[in-house]
Write a protein that binds this ligand. Structure first.
Ligand code: NDP
Length: 310
């Protein structure tokens, strides 16, 4: 019999149980409330699991993140040496492309101003610029970044991307990579979208020095992780005009506390980490496929490289 444990220190993963019951009809599903004997657990389905817990599961074969990122796992210094998988999902990618496209258009076409004008009953035009005149840079050209790039290119935006290593990209997408090409990439970003994984290298990457390298008045969209942004650097960069606006979906502390200054700054648009989601059925199916492959002695499809951090 297969035994799955749902582990989180800060989220009730109970919403996943019906989908997992359908996908694993004969398995035992255990939650944090009653984990039972730890040596019976075959797979851990996780979001921010308590540190050190999985090290006490001697027969664990799979650590499955319920999200695209694994930064919530790498904080565990005692993570056992078993395959770690993340979710790669076309619905998640198209949801992210929809959010990012909306945020780019909202900024570039001055939709915030129109919302304010409409509320006041004012007929007021803002400058109209064709998409091809607006340069959107996507930092992180992975599963999600590439889908966002394609969606924006289809609308005529001038899109560029930045990754860690050189990679194959669609025709027309200007590509930069590594530290050496970061400044050149940033200099051409009227809007900068952060879709990086959170690693030692990318923590705090959205900071004062980086903002100063963007064209004046650039729009920052952070759909990566809260810790990509040095929060204390944002309002000063807006005040100095290095940035014109920010759209933020992820925060160091979630929910963002009511007293946080981001809520009250009209140049900052806060959304509650809703850029995209994966359906429970997809998480359950990918977990089953990963476990089947591992038990058959094959590599799991979407295993991550813990050395690289993503
Ligand atoms: P991938 O692992 O597929 O892609 C990561 C990309 O970032 C790759 O292009 C990689 O480069 C690049 N990268 C990594 N490190 C660096 C670095 N130091 N410098 C430059 N580029 C770097 O990730 P996904 O596209 O699936 O997801 C990206 C992130 O989006 C997730 O980690 C998560 O944090 C966030 N996310 C947010 C959600 C939300 O609702 N707000 C929902 C889902 C995900 P290379 O190609 O060379 O490997």
């Amino acid at each position: 019999m297969t035994t799955l444990a749902f582990l989180s220190a800060n989220l009730d993963l109970g919403y996943l149980l019906p989908a997992f019951r359908a996908e694993f009809p004969d398995a035992e599903l255990r939650t944090m409330a009653d984990l039972g004997p730890l040596d019976a657990i075959d797979a851990a389905v996780c979001w921010c699991p308590p540190a050190g817990l999985m090290a006490r599961m001697p027969n664990l074969a799979l650590i499955q993140s319920v999200g695209a990122g694994i930064d919530h796992l790498t904080a565990d210094a005692a993570l056992p040496d078993v395959p770690v998988c993340r979710i790669v999902d076309t619905d998640m990618a198209s949801g992210m492309a929809a959010y990012v496209t909306w945020a780019v258009i909202h900024g570039q076409r001055h939709m915030g101003r129109y919302l304010a004008s409409a509320a006041a009953g004012r007929w007021e035009e803002a400058p109209i610029q064709p998409p091809r005149a607006h340069r959107v840079g996507i930092a992180g050209l992975g599963t999600l970044g590439l889908v966002c790039a394609r969606a924006l290119m289809a609308l005529g935006y001038n899109v560029r991307g930045w990754s860690r290593s050189p990679r194959e990209v669609p025709e027309g997408l200007d590509c930069f990579h590594g530290q050496a090409q970061q400044a050149e990439f940033l200099a051409g970003c009227d809007t900068l979208v952060c879709l990086l994984p959170l690693t030692d290298e990318t923590t705090g990457i959205l900071n004062r020095e980086l903002f100063a390298q963007l064209p004046r008045g650039a729009h920052l969209i952070n759909v990566g992780r809260g810790a990509h942004l040095v929060e204390a650097d944002l309002i000063p960069a807006l005040d100095a005009g290095h940035l014109g606006a920010a759209t933020l979906d992820a925060f160091v502390q979630e929910p963002l506390p009511p007293e946080h200054p981001f809520w009250r700054d009209p140049r900052i648009l806060v959304t509650p980490h809703i850029a995209t989601r994966t359906q429970p059925a997809v998480i359950a199916r990918q977990t089953r496929l990963n476990l089947e492959r591992i038990r058959a002695g094959q590599a799991a499809d979407v295993a991550v490289d813990l050395q690289r951090g993503y």
